[in-house]
Ligand binder design. Structure first.
Ligand code: 6PG
Length: 476
């Protein structure tokens, strides 16, 4: 049995196969194992010129023996129980210092637990978020690593070599201990959900409000991709809108059912945000919109009972395309500010010292949310990592200029019954963020009235003040 492979990879599905080819192309010898031996065998035999740097093994024992010690093994299998099962099976074959790297979309709480168990057993562990889909995995993903820092240093020559590059720097970094890498990837996905939803809402305004066909919509997004909105998601939006279904000759968008799937990372972002007291309201709207999209029969019944959604805009209402572009710019900055705020809160709560500027930099290429604007965000976080992105001078100025367009867009959507929950959430968040006197004094008054919860006063220091409510004796 040949040995001496630089790295092992378990799971020769699409993502695993692409990552293995990427590593082989970068000169590394990769050993591959899949629960289905046929899958890994077929993968290696169809790898063309790269096959001589790949080995397929049918048993875990042979697979582990094929690796240079101390070994490094990447798992790319479905998140959850399959990862635990594999780690348990592998543990019988591993020596001290052999490293297991979970590269799936794990819940960061699982990664925290796995890192603890691995440390007890003398094995280092890394949980890495890998973004960029199949083509990213093949030609350069963004990699967010969490776990044992020494283990990262050991394996980083391989993982930085295969990562995407931005400004000559690899889009791969260790971001913190235990679950930090998977947490950062989860928030990346939350932002991904939000960005996609905001784009979809503007698509809705173009389609229903302006009665444009997919081809025209494609051209608009393609043009926006040349400007400040330049990003992978805007680019693929233009492609999706411009593609024709070969079977029906119709625009493919018109035959795609409007029910969005989700594997859960957007939801995890919200769950963790609630634990941390953060308010990523644009992500909330995006996840809720996906949930509601899935309720097709309910929406059909709603359309029959309350017709009139998605009305064409009147001529005097029709926004210029520049207004819609500016709306997306403002909403995007607001949404990313929410994401980075969530990362900052997690960093404090878990003592991770997350390097926010480095995270913004590594998102600039390879990952699904890569965009030109991340350059400005990285620069702003570099200058003042403690400042909320919305208040960073360059971005604050941009939002100031673009927010009237966002407001106008949200109002038009609402007036014409075109659903735009994420854009509207962005406006409301922005307005709350700039309210020095919010309405929470009323909430505190209500809480004190019915529950004697106490409040702070604006005219003197201290806590636990009560109002002269008529029921105050019953309450205490
Ligand atoms: C990425 C993607 C990738 C995947 C997500 C989204 O960064 O490469 O986020 O991880 O597309 O799982 O999936 P859902 O939309 O199904 O939740």
């Amino acid at each position: 049995m040949a040995s001496g492979c630089d790295i092992g990879l378990v799971g020769a599905g699409t993502m695993g196969a692409m990552l293995a080819l990427n590593m082989a192309e970068n000169g590394f010898r990769v050993s591959v194992y899949d629960l289905d031996p046929e899958t890994s065998r077929k993968f290696v035999t169809s790898a063309g010129d790269l096959a001589d740097r790949l080995q397929a093994h049918e048993t875990l024992a042979d697979f582990v023996q094929s690796l240079k010690p101390p070994r490094s093994i990447i798992l790319l299998v479905p998140a959850g129980a399959p990862v635990d099962n594999l780690i348990a099976a592998l543990s019988h074959h591993l020596d001290d210092q052999d490293l297991v790297i979970d590269a799936g979309n794990a819940n960061f709480r699982d990664s925290v637990r796995r890192a603890e168990v691995a440390a007890e057993n003398g094995h280092p562990f890394l949980g890495i978020g890998v973004s960029g889909g199949a083509s990213g995995a093949r030609f350069g993903p963004a990699i967010m690593a969490g776990g044992d820092k020494h283990a990262w240093e050991r394996v980083s020559p391989i993982l930085t070599a295969i990562a995407a590059q931005s400004d000559g720097q690899p889009c791969a970094a260790w971001v913190g201990p235990d679950g930090a890498g998977h947490f950062v990837k989860t928030v990346h996905n939350g932002i991904e959900y939000a960005d996609m939803q905001m784009i979809a809402e503007v698509y809705g305004i173009l389609r229903d409000g302006l009665a444009l066909d997919p081809k025209a919509i494609s051209a608009i997004f393609a043009r926006w991709n040349e400007g400040p909105l330049q990003s992978y998601l805007i680019e693929i939006t233009a492609e999706v809108a411009g593609t024709v279904d070969p079977e029906s000759d119709a625009p493919v968008l018109d035959i795609i059912q409007d029910r969005a799937g989700q594997k859960g990372t957007g939801r995890w972002t919200l769950i963790e945000a609630q634990h941390l007291g953060a308010a990523p309201t644009v992500v909330e709207a995006a996840v809720a919109a996906r949930n509601l999209s899935a309720e097709l029969p309910l929406r059909q019944a709603g359309a029959a009972r309350f017709p009139g959604a998605g009305r064409p805009l009147g001529e005097s209402d029709t926004p210029t395309l520049e207004v819609l572009e500016q709306a997306l710019i403002a909403a995007k900055i607001i949404c990313y500010a929410q994401g980075f705020d969530l990362l900052a809160k997690a960093s404090d709560a878990f003592n991770w010292s997350l390097p926010l500027p480095a995270i913004a930099r590594l998102w600039r290429a390879g990952c699904i949310i890569r965009s030109g604007m991340l350059n400005d965000m990285a620069a702003a976080l570099e200058d003042s990592p403690e400042t909320n992105l919305l208040l960073a001078p360059a971005l604050a100025e941009r939002v100031s200029g673009a927010q009237p367009a966002l407001r106008q867009t949200a109002i038009l959507a609402m007036q014409n019954a075109i659903p735009a929950p994420a854009l509207s959430a962005a406006v409301s968040y922005f307005d709350m963020l700039r309210s020095a006197r919010s309405t929470a004094n009323m909430i505190q008054g209500q809480r004190d009235f019915f529950g004697a919860h106490g409040f702070e006063r604006t005219d003197r220091p201290g806590t636990g003040f009560h109002g002269p409510w008529h029921n105050r004796h019953e309450q205490r």
